[in-house]
Design a protein around this ligand. Structure first.
Ligand code: CLF
Ligand code: SF4
Length: 298
């Protein structure tokens, strides 16, 4: 890895395993809507692409979110990264997401901006992402074969139309690949998250690993499906199980020859605050952070 690249990831706790011991990230939950339906997600909870299923985050307006970031930055100096990862898909809520990033870039220019998306709308927004200096983007890619995709996604809502089954999976796949390519061309670092779903995409993920490597992804994070019947997801209700730690490790080992694999993901909440694995979100609920800094009036 060259020095310039090292510098770009040095303070990002997800992109650099080393950094996660010293630097913290926070998420702000500003993006409630979603444009696809993953079978492992229940919309009552946070986006399960980049978070722990079954968690409900406190939704904020962009102005409240910016205020929260300023308060947290004052209290946790190691907080170097602000991510938007839900509770729905950030790019299905472009106004709210980009307004939040703009406010933060104005008020706290040292904080790195990070975005996580299912990728459906990514090709439309790569220019905007570049303009705003968002240097880290995660796409959740669970398949590169729409026949597998149709078992993972029940529908995709694209340009005012809902597509079911393989048709929806095809559109999602195409947009994810275009988005990945566009990020590479714009020189934005891209991490890919994949949810490992035994019996559905577990044998297919080495191929996903290879394809994303060829398309220039920087890091691959294979996460286990967390499927509990009480979360009310399609997979939870149909008895789809998640992988055992041993199965997950075996798959990660199998994929470890190519691009770098992330193995320290903690499946955060859409309003996570603190070091990875540390949950300080309850210290900064809306009531609390509003009181901590009434002088910030955006
Ligand atoms: Fe957040 Fe995601 Fe950015 Fe990190 S989380 S938007 S890349 S700042 Fe990190 Fe959390 Fe794992 Fe995500 S540990 S769930 S990989
Ligand atoms: Fe749920 Fe996220 Fe999938 Fe949307 S992209 S259905 S919020 S897991």
């Amino acid at each position: 890895m060259d020095d310039k690249l090292k510098e770009r990831i040095a303070k990002h706790p997800c992109y650099s395993e080393e950094a996660h011991h010293h630097y913290a990230r926070m998420h702000v939950a500003v993006a409630p809507a979603c444009n696809i339906q993953c079978n492992y997600c229940n919309r009552k909870y946070d986006c399960a692409n980049e978070s722990r299923p079954g968690v409900v985050s406190e939704l904020l307006t962009p102005e409240e979110a910016a205020q929260k970031v300023l308060v947290v930055a004052g209290k946790i100096p190691q907080m170097t990264v602000l991510g938007i990862a839900g509770p729905g898909d950030p790019l299905a809520n472009p106004e709210k997401t980009f307004r939040t990033f703009e406010l933060i870039a104005e008020q706290a220019p040292d904080i790195k901006l990070c975005l996580s998306t299912n990728g459906l709308m990514l090709p439309e927004y790569v220019d905007r992402i570049k303009e705003l200096n968002i240097d880290h983007v995660t796409i959740t890619i669970n398949m590169v074969d729409p026949e597998i995709g149709e078992k993972i996604y029940s529908w995709v809502h694209y340009k005012r139309k809902r597509y079911r089954g393989i048709e929806g999976a095809r559109i999602l796949h195409q947009k994810q690949m275009e988005g990945l390519q566009a990020l590479k061309e714009a020189d934005i670092l891209c991490k890919v998250n994949s949810v490992m779903i035994p019996g559905i995409n577990d044998k297919h993920l080495p191929e996903v690993n290879q394809v994303i490597r060829e398309h220039g992804a920087f890091l691959h994070n294979i996460m286990p499906l967390i499927s509990a019947p009480e979360h009310g997801t399609h997979f939870g209700l149909t008895g789809q199980r998640g992988p055992t730690p041993k199965e997950l490790k075996a798959l990660q080992d199998k994929c470890s020859g190519g691009i770098k694999l992330m193995r320290h993901c903690r499946q955060c909440r859409a309003d996570a605050v603190g070091l990875l694995g540390e949950d300080r979100s309850q210290e900064f609920t809306k009531d609390k952070f509003m009181e901590m800094a009434p002088e910030y009036d955006l």
